[in-house]
Design a protein around this ligand. Structure first.
Ligand SMILES: [Mn+2]
Length: 675
C-alpha cells in the first residue's frame, strides 16, 4: 500500500512541457491557420447537482489549465502573441461560492499564455483573430453548441466580406494532429502513468487482502476507491467492474451489487486517474483466496496468453501482434482442456475461440483510458514505437448457460490486464506491482494460511495446491478447532482483568469526583461530605453495571472464534472506564448544584436542618432533590400561614377597634338622647 505520511502524488507535467506541446502542434499546422479548442463544461448530474469537473483531455494536454468555460486559441506566427486564452474572470463573490479562478492574469502568469481575455468577450474578439487566416483547426461534431458558435464567428466575417473582410475557407480536423501527438508519451507522462499504475496496483493488493466470502461486490469496490483517494488520485479512471462468479462473464458489468460467494472467482477491472492520466488493471482472484482446480486451469491459460503477448511488445512489432499471440495461446489452452476439439490452426482460422474470447487483447491508454491514436495507418496495423502505452488484457469467459462445454467450466470468467509501455528496446509493465501468478495470489490472500477454510471438503476442493501447502492448510484447520475448545479459559482471565480494572476505576473516579466537587461545593463542609457520598454510590453502581455488561458480552463472543475476544474486551473496558466516571460526575454535579441553590435561600438554621435531611436521604436512598423540594414547600406553607395569621390578627384588631368606636359612638348618642 502506498505511503501516506507525505503528499503522496509527486508526478506532474511541467509548464515547459505544455509550452513545448503547443509549439510542436503549431509547427505541424498548415500556414495561415488558427486552432480553436474549448475546455470541458460542468455537467449537471441531476437537478442542480453537478458531476465532479474533469477537464477535456485535448484541452488539458495543451494547457494544463483545469477550469471550465475556457477556450484556447493558437495562432501560429501572430506578431502580438500566438497562444491566447479566453477564461472566466476573477470574481470575489463567485470565488467565495465556487472556488479560486485564475482569471486572464493567472493564465498569462502561470500557464504561458501570450494574452488572455474574459470568456464573455469571445464573440467580439475571436472573429478578429480568424480574419485573414485561411484554415481553422477544430474538432467538429463533438460539441454541437460550440460548433454553432464557431460557425457564427465565421459568418460574422462572411457578412463583412463585401467591406473587405477575409473569412477562412477551410476547416481541418484538429484531432488528426493532436491525437497522434498524444499517442507518444513523454518521459514525464510515463512517470505520471507509472504512479497511477502503482496506486491502482496497491488498490488491487489491498482488495485481495480484504476479499472474503459474504462480502458484497460494492464493498470490495470500496477498497479500491479508498486506496485511489487516499493515495492522491483524483478519481477512478472509469467505472470499476467488480463481478463475482458468472457476473465476470458480463464484459461491462457495472452493477457491483451481488454477494461474493465462497468458491467463486471475482473479476475486478479498476484503475485510478492521476493528474488526468489513467491506469487500467484487471485481476481475477478467488473470493476465498484459493483457486479451484478448474479455475486454476483456465486462469493459467489466460495468464500464459497475457505473458506471451507482453513478450511480443517492442519497437518494430505491430499493434496486432500481441492480440494474435493471445488467440494462439488461448485456443491451444482450450484444446488442452478439451473445451475445444480439433486442429489448432483450423480452430484459429474459424475463430472457434470467439464464444470464450470475444474482445481484443488491448487498447492504447493515456489521458483517456481508451486513449486516442490510430490502430491502423494506411490500412496496416500500427508499428509500435517507444513511448506508446497499451494494455494487454486477454480473457476467457464461459457463459453459465453454455451447454457445449462440461458443466464444471460454466460460469467462470477470467481476465488479466496490465498497462505496458513500449521502451527503446522492449517493454515496461507499468502495473507490475500487483501479483498475478496463482501461487503469489494464494500467498497474498492467505499469508499464514491463517484464515484457511476449516471445512475438510474445501481442503479437498483445493486440488491444485502443491502438497506442502495442503499440509499447512490442514494444520491450520486443526489448530482452529483446538482454539474453539479453549475459548473458555481466556474469558475467565478477562473477567479477572475486568475486576482489576474495576478497582482502578474507583481510583480514577475518586480523583475526578474530587475535582468536580471542589468546583461545585459551597463553603459548607457538611454538604461536601454528603455530595461525596452520593457520587461514590453512583460511581459504584455504574461500574458494576459496565462490568456486568462486558462479562455478558464476552460470553456471547465465545461462539465466534474468528474475532479476538481479548482485544474486543480490552476496547470495551477502555470505553467503560472512560464513560463511568463521566456519567457519575455529571449526576453528582447536578445534585450538588440543586443543593447549593436550596441552601443559599435559607438561613443558617435552615441549612443545619437541611444537612440532616441530606444525611437522611443518603441513608434512605431517597433522592436529595425531592426531599429538599418538600422541605422548601413546607417552609413556604408555614410562612404563608404565619402571614395569614398575622393579617387575620390585624383584621381582628381593626375590627375590635371599629367595634369599640361604634360602641363608643352608640353610647355617646344614647347619652345624648337621654339628655
Ligand atoms: Mn482495459
Amino acid at each position: 500500500m502506498a505511503k501516506r505520511n507525505k503528499p503522496v502524488t509527486t508526478s506532474t507535467i511541467s509548464k515547459r512541457e505544455f509550452e513545448r506541446r503547443r509549439r510542436e502542434l503549431m509547427l505541424q499546422m498548415e500556414p495561415d491557420s488558427i486552432a480553436i479548442l474549448p475546455s470541458a463544461n460542468t455537467v449537471i448530474r441531476n437537478r442542480d447537482a453537478e458531476f465532479k469537473f474533469r477537464q477535456d483531455s485535448d484541452f488539458h494536454y495543451l494547457s494544463g489549465f483545469n477550469e471550465p468555460d475556457a477556450v484556447l486559441v493558437l495562432v501560429p506566427g501572430r506578431k502580438h502573441g500566438q497562444c491566447l486564452f479566453f477564461c472566466r474572470e476573477r470574481n470575489q463573490e463567485r470565488e467565495l461560492w465556487d472556488g479560486y479562478r485564475e482569471g486572464p492574469e493567472g493564465l498569462c502568469e502561470n500557464f504561458g499564455a501570450d494574452d488572455a481575455f474574459p470568456i464573455t468577450d469571445i464573440d467580439d474578439i475571436l472573429p478578429g483573430l480568424m480574419e485573414g487566416r485561411e484554415r481553422v483547426y477544430y474538432s467538429m461534431g463533438k460539441r454541437p453548441e460550440f460548433d454553432k458558435q464557431v460557425m457564427d464567428w465565421v459568418n460574422v466575417l462572411r457578412s463583412k466580406a463585401r467591406s473587405g473582410a477575409h473569412p477562412p475557407g477551410e476547416f481541418l480536423d484538429l484531432d488528426h494532429l493532436l491525437h497522434d501527438m498524444r499517442l507518444y508519451k513523454s518521459a514525464a507522462e510515463i512517470r505520471v502513468m507509472k504512479e497511477a499504475a502503482d496506486i491502482s496496483a496497491a488498490a488491487h493488493t489491498r482488495a485481495m487482502k480484504f476479499c472474503q466470502p459474504g462480502m458484497m461486490e460494492y464493498q470490495l469496490e470500496a477498497e479500491y476507491l479508498h486506496e485511489f483517494t487516499a493515495s492522491g488520485a483524483q478519481a477512478a479512471a472509469y467505472n470499476s467492474i467488480v463481478g463475482g462468479g458468472k457476473n465476470a462473464c458480463i464484459l461491462h458489468y457495472g452493477e457491483n451489487n451481488a454477494m461474493l460467494r465462497d468458491g467463486d472467482l471475482v473479476l475486478v477491472d479498476a484503475g485510478c486517474e492521476l493528474n488526468c492520466y489513467a491506469a487500467d488493471i484487471t485481476r481475477t482472484y478467488p473470493v476465498n483466496g484459493r483457486f479451484s482446480k478448474e479455475q486454476q486451469a483456465l486462469y493459467e491459460v489466460v495468464l500464459d496468453a497475457q505473458l506471451a503477448a507482453i513478450e511480443t511488445i517492442k519497437p518494430g512489432s505491430h499493434w496486432n501482434h500481441s492480440h494474435d499471440e493471445t488467440v494462439k495461446v488461448i485456443t491451444q489452452g482450450l484444446l488442452n482442456l478439451n473445451i475445444l476439439q480439433g486442429d489448432l490452426q483450423t480452430l484459429i482460422e474459424t475463430e472457434a475461440y470467439r464464444p470464450f474470447y470475444m474482445h481484443r487483447a488491448g487498447h492504447w491508454i493515456g489521458m483517456d483510458v481508451h486513449d486516442v491514436g490510430d490502430y491502423k495507418v494506411h490500412d496496416e496495423w500500427r508499428v509500435l514505437e517507444a513511448g506508446m502505452v497499451m494494455t494487454v488484457e486477454p480473457g476467457i469467459y464461459i457463459a453459465a448457460d453454455n451447454k457445449d462445454v462440461a458443466a464444471k467450466w460454466r460460469g467462470i470468467g477470467i481476465r488479466i490486464e496490465d498497462d505496458v509501455a513500449v521502451t527503446a528496446d522492449g517493454y515496461e509493465v507499468l502495473s507490475c506491482d500487483v501479483v498475478k501468478s496463482v501461487s503469489d495470489i494464494h500467498r497474498l490472500m492467505r499469508p499464514s494460511v491463517n484464515n484457511a477454510s476449516s471445512d475438510p471438503a474445501q481442503i479437498d476442493f483445493i486440488g491444485a495446491i502443491d502438497d506442502g501447502e495442503k499440509v499447512a492448510v490442514k494444520k491450520v484447520a486443526a489448530k482452529k478447532s483446538a482454539t474453539k475448545k479453549s475459548v473458555k479459559k481466556p474469558v475467565k482471565a478477562v473477567a479477572k482483568k475486568v475486576s482489576n480494572k474495576k478497582v482502578s476505576n474507583k481510583k480514577v473516579s475518586k480523583k475526578s469526583v474530587k475535582a468536580t466537587t471542589n468546583k461545585a461545593t459551597t463553603k459548607k463542609t457538611a454538604t461536601k461530605k454528603a455530595a461525596k457520598k452520593v457520587v461514590k454510590k453512583a460511581v459504584k453502581k455504574i461500574a458494576k453495571k459496565v462490568v456486568k455488561k462486558v462479562i455478558k458480552k464476552a460470553g456471547k463472543t465465545v461462539t465466534s472464534p474468528k474475532k479476538p475476544i481479548v482485544k474486543k474486551l480490552a476496547v470495551k473496558k477502555k470505553k467503560a472506564v472512560k464513560v463511568a466516571p463521566k456519567k457519575a460526575v455529571k449526576k453528582a454535579a447536578k445534585k450538588i448544584v440543586i443543593k447549593k441553590a436550596a441552601i443559599k435561600k435559607k438561613t443558617v438554621k435552615k441549612a443545619v436542618a437541611k444537612r440532616a435531611v441530606v444525611k437522611e436521604s443518603v441513608v434512605n436512598k431517597k433522592p436529595v432533590k425531592k426531599k429538599a423540594a418538600v422541605k422548601k414547600k413546607t417552609v413556604k406553607k408555614v410562612a404563608v400561614k404565619k402571614v395569614a395569621k398575622k393579617s387575620a390578627a390585624k383584621k381582628l384588631i381593626v375590627k375590635k377597634e371599629s367595634v369599640k368606636k361604634k360602641v363608643v359612638k352608640k353610647t355617646r348618642s344614647k347619652k345624648r338622647s337621654a339628655k
